[in-house]
Design a protein around this ligand. Sequence first.
Ligand code: C5P
Length: 284
Amino acid sequence: MGDGSLNAITEPAFAKINLALHVLGRRADGYHELDSIVAFASVGDLITVKEARETVLEISGPFAAAVPANVQNIALQAHAKLKLLYQSHGAALPPVHIHLVKNLPVASGIGGGSADAAAVLRALLKLFPANLSDDEIAQYALQIGADVPVCFNQKTCRMQGVGEKLTFPKLDLPRAIVLANPNLPLSTPDVFRALGLSICQSYNPPLDPKNQLTWRNDLTAAAIKCRPEIAQVLAALKPCRMVRMTGSGATCFGLFENIEEAENLAKSIAGDYPAWWVQAARLG
Ligand code: C5P
C-alpha cells in the first residue's frame, strides 16, 4: 500500500469534560490520586490515519499553529510506542500518515493531546489488527499520558487512580454543554504545582457519584492562581445549571437540559467576549 491507499480511518477526538475532579492526595511518585466523573462533548479534533511510506504528521484547523508537528506531539509518540509493543509480539506496525484537524484550543483542560493520541491508537488498532489484550492496550495508553485511557474509551465514566481505573456507574446527566475558554493556554504540571501538595499528602475525600451537587473541581483555585481570567469565565457561565472548570483549566463549562438554551448562552458569551473560544455542544 502506498500514500494513495484508500484504507484510511477517521476517528473523532471529542473534548473530555471532567464534570467532577476531586483530588484525593499525592502519591509517592509525585502524581495525584484523582476521583473524577468524565463525559465527552460533541466537539473535537479529527484524526485520519492511513498507511504511508514514512510516518508523517500533518496538522490543519483553527488551532494548528499551536501544536508541534514533530516527535514532541504525542500523536506521533503514540505511533512510535505502539510500534514497539507490536514488535514485542513479533508483529509489524507500518509507517503512517496522520492528519490532525486541530479544532480545540491547546493546553485547555479538555483532553487535547491525550484525546488525539487516543484517536490515533483507535485508528491504528482498526487498521492493523494485532493480538493485544485489553489490559496490554490499557497499560500502553496510560504510558502515553494519564488521560489517554479515558479518551481511548470515550464514554461517560468514573475515572480513579491517576487515570487508569475506569468504571461506568449509571448517571443521569444534562444533555447540553457550553464550553468557554479565555484563549490562554495553561500547563497542567503548573496547576498541580500551584495546588502545592507534598509527597504522600492526603487531601480530599472521594466523590459521591449519586450526588451531583457535591461534585467539585479541586484544581479550580490553583488554576485561578495561574490564570485569574478563569474567575471571569466562570462568572460568564452563571446562567447554567452546573458551572465548573474542566481538568486543569482554563476551559470552564455550564450544563443545560437542551441544546437550544446552550446555543443561546454560547452566542451571548461570544458576543460579550469576542477573544474567547466558546462552543455549545451535546454531552454524550
Ligand atoms: O500524564 P500526563 O502527561 O497527561 O500528565 C501531565 C502532568 O500532570 C504530569 O507530569 C504531572 O505533573 C501532572 N499529573 C499529576 N497527577 C495526575 C495526572 C497528571 O500530577 N493524576
